[in-house]
Design a protein around this ligand. Sequence first.
Ligand SMILES: NC(=O)c1ccc[n+]([C@@H]2O[C@H](COP(=O)([O-])OP(=O)(O)OC[C@H]3O[C@@H](n4cnc5c(N)ncnc54)[C@H](OP(=O)(O)O)[C@@H]3O)[C@@H](O)[C@H]2O)c1
Length: 175
Amino acid sequence: MSPHILVVGGTGMLSGLVEALAGDGGRLSLLSRQASKAAGQGGFDCDYHDTEAFAAALRAAVERSGPINLAIAWFHTLKIAAPRLLAEQVSGRLFQVLGSATADPGHPDRLARAASVAADLPACRLRQVVLGFKLIDGDARWLTNAEISQGVLDAVSADRALTILGQVEPWSARP
Ligand SMILES: NC(=O)c1ccc[n+]([C@@H]2O[C@H](COP(=O)([O-])OP(=O)(O)OC[C@H]3O[C@@H](n4cnc5c(N)ncnc54)[C@H](OP(=O)(O)O)[C@@H]3O)[C@@H](O)[C@H]2O)c1
């Protein structure tokens, strides 16, 4: 059977990734406030700040498509219950997509703090993808949505513990 892939926040900058995964014809679930508009029956509408609603959406996705083999998650904050609830449901790999601030050298503990959502969950194998920036001929810019989607897809294939998309050094050069 094809793996159950669940994406949190897949209707924005990760929509290209979702389109590519949908093209593979597997069991795909999308969780976001307007996920059902993008994914029909595979979409589970919920606000991840609403713990009960997020837990119910996760349960519904698992009831429909079985245990989550691969999760890709973009949360604006990890200081909510949802990231841990998701990690508890993953039997396979969980890719955390993290904003550039995670790589701020002034806060060297941020990556480890982000990883703690999967602490003591042996079934959940955590991977981290940090969104950086591009510096070309002295001009810095943020990544485009297409670069982010393709970069996260590549990170899933490469399966490294940590992937930096673009660059985060020198930190002072960011846009
Ligand atoms: N380093 C970088 O280059 C970098 C880093 C971060 C962001 N960015 C850029 O910044 C832009 C904006 O990022 P963004 O995160 O605001 O937009 P986004 O990825 O385009 O959209 C956020 C995603 O999260 C979902 N979402 C948002 N709030 C939610 C909530 N409370 N509950 C459930 N799902 C929620 C949205 O879906 P629903 O609307 O359906 O809920 C959507 O799928 C991106 O387009 C990207 O290009 C760049």
